[in-house]
Design a protein around this ligand. Sequence first.
Ligand SMILES: Nc1ncnc2c1ncn2[C@@H]1O[C@H](COP(=O)(O)OP(=O)(O)OP(=O)(O)O)[C@@H](O)[C@H]1O
Ligand SMILES: [Mg+2]
Length: 229
Amino acid sequence: MDYLIHTENLSKFYDVGSVKYNALQGVDISVGYNELAAIVGPSGSGKSTLLHLIGGLDRPSSGIVRVEGNNLSELSEQDLADYRSKKVGFVFQFFNLIPYLSAQENLELSMSIARINKKERKTRALELLKVFGLESLAKKKPTELSGGEQQRTAIARALVNSPSLILADEPTGNLDTASSIVVMDAFRELIEKRKVSVIMVTHNHELMKYCDRIIKLRDGKLESMEIKK
Ligand SMILES: Nc1ncnc2c1ncn2[C@@H]1O[C@H](COP(=O)(O)OP(=O)(O)OP(=O)(O)O)[C@@H](O)[C@H]1O
Ligand SMILES: [Mg+2]
């Protein structure tokens, strides 16, 4: 089988003073095309670290991340930047919305990084805000939005450049059940219509039922990988 994502013996150590933290230790996982995969595990088990390495936001200490067979470590800085801005949509655990920009401008900024023209930026931003029920909040800044609204803005932002891979760190963490289902349905629709894969961290057992693959981490190691389809 061809995989979109494949990691080989992936490890990440952090040096903090004289102490070395093993955030990930020899993790081998795969994620197929058009899949919704969940990464689960206790706090500190390495979920965000794994997501950041797959997204090319951070470099492994050792081991390999392959995307469509290509080793991310072998890409030039420019190719890696293009991968991050055009192929991947990130929903960060702490949203990372730009505080002095409105919801709409936050979406438009991600598109200007990918060199989309101004008119198209506005059209797409408003369309996506609408999908997540945020059209009336487009002019508000993150501090003027509730936690759930900020989260939905961050999810809308991840989709602006039509990525082929969405990496979402607890995308429904602050959302009520109804809003969580809107997000899961949006992911499913993207997977079916646009050939996207989604890898999301979640603690929610209800949402795991929507997933095709469950990657379980514990203490920086792969505990199990269950494939459901
Ligand atoms: N920048 C860093 N410097 C040092 N240690 C770090 C750093 N980032 C993460 N760690 C450590 O690596 C381990 C894994 O962290 P990670 O953020 O991947 O966990 P997580 O599974 O996402 O946890 P949570 O569910 O709480 O978000 C933790 O022990 C954490 O303390
Ligand atoms: Mg985390």
